[in-house]
Design a protein. Structure first.
Length: 296
């Protein structure tokens, strides 16, 4: 693969990053959603003994398709979410350049990549929070026999909006930002660091395997630090209205009733999902950018 799959012409950076980011999201969801379902169920229920038990119960009760419950929401949402993320990452890099007009090198440092990555999480939250709110509801509704049963993503979205308006759809926004700002910084720094390490010297070409490995390690880096706020986010988004007053109230109650280890529920499936999902995501992005460069 030529380096055009990774380095866009300056005038087209944001446009191509936006389009290719959406493709990255589609690839990522298709590869990683089963792991995400197990993660969310472990985070929001105490009926499972662990990852293997959660997997077994899901397959026995719902069949293999049970692992893909709630997938339509992220599939619909990932296009704008990942598109915004990669677009905002490009914008973040441009802001770094604008803030350092007298810089000696055009190459960004890993710290500057981290700043751009952290910035990318802010606009992305506009799409991420309601998408994940609906996804979590769809993934966990079968565990609550007395709760409302939604037929699908649209039905769940309408139901949540009727019950709580935009505030209901955006429940968990603070927790999402607490997860994604440091998580996105780690995500993009890890990709850039591994990319640099794997890129052959004096050779602009980069193999698909290198792109996938760098992307996979980016996912692992993010989820290695993002699980505690992600657990809190899932609890807030899955709980009945009024259960928690906010991010800190949820964290405090979880630690008091279940111990500090409760903040790390779902770490196993999150890390198992992180590598293949993000390897697929960056591969999809590379393919998309390569095609876009051929078109213009």
């Amino acid at each position: 693969m030529s380096n055009t799959a990774e380095k866009e012409p300056p005038k087209m950076d944001q446009v191509k990053s936006f389009i290719a980011g959406g493709m990255a999201g589609v690839f990522s969801v298709l590869a990683g959603h089963p792991f995400d379902t197990l993660k969310v169920r472990l985070q929001t229920s105490t009926q499972y003994k662990g990852l293997a038990d959660c997997f077994k119960q899901t397959i026995v009760k719902e069949g293999p398709l049970g692992l893909y419950k709630g997938m339509m929401s992220p599939l619909v949402g990932v296009t704008p979410m990942f598109a915004l993320s990669f677009w905002a990452y490009e914008v973040g890099q441009q802001l770094v350049y604008a803030a350092t007009p007298n810089r000696k090198s055009k190459d960004l440092t890993l710290t500057e990549f981290a700043i751009a990555g952290a910035f990318s999480a802010i606009p992305t939250t506009i799409v991420t929070t309601p998408m994940e709110r609906i996804k979590v509801i769809m993934q966990t509704q079968d565990a609550n026999p007395n709760g409302t049963k939604y037929k699908g993503m649209v039905d769940a979205g309408v139901g949540v909006f009727r019950e709580g308006g935009l505030k209901g759809l955006y429940r968990g926004t603070i927790a999402t930002l607490a997860r994604d700002i440091p998580g996105s910084a780690a995500y993009f720094v890890a990709y850039e660091a591994v990319y640099r390490a794997l890129k052959p010297k004096n050779n602009e070409a980069m193999s698909m395997g290198a792109v996938m490995f760098a992307g996979g390690m980016a996912g692992v880096a993010m989820w290695s630090i993002a699980i505690p706020p992600d657990v809190i986010k899932s609890r807030i988004q899955a709980a009945p209205p009024g259960t928690y007053k906010g991010f800190m109230d949820c964290a405090t109650k979880m630690i008091a009733t279940e111990g500090p280890s409760s903040l790390f529920k779902g770490l196993g499936p999150a890390l198992l999902r992180a590598f293949p999902a993000n390897a697929a995501g960056f591969l999809g992005r590379a393919f998309a950018i390569d095609i876009l460069h051929r078109l213009w």
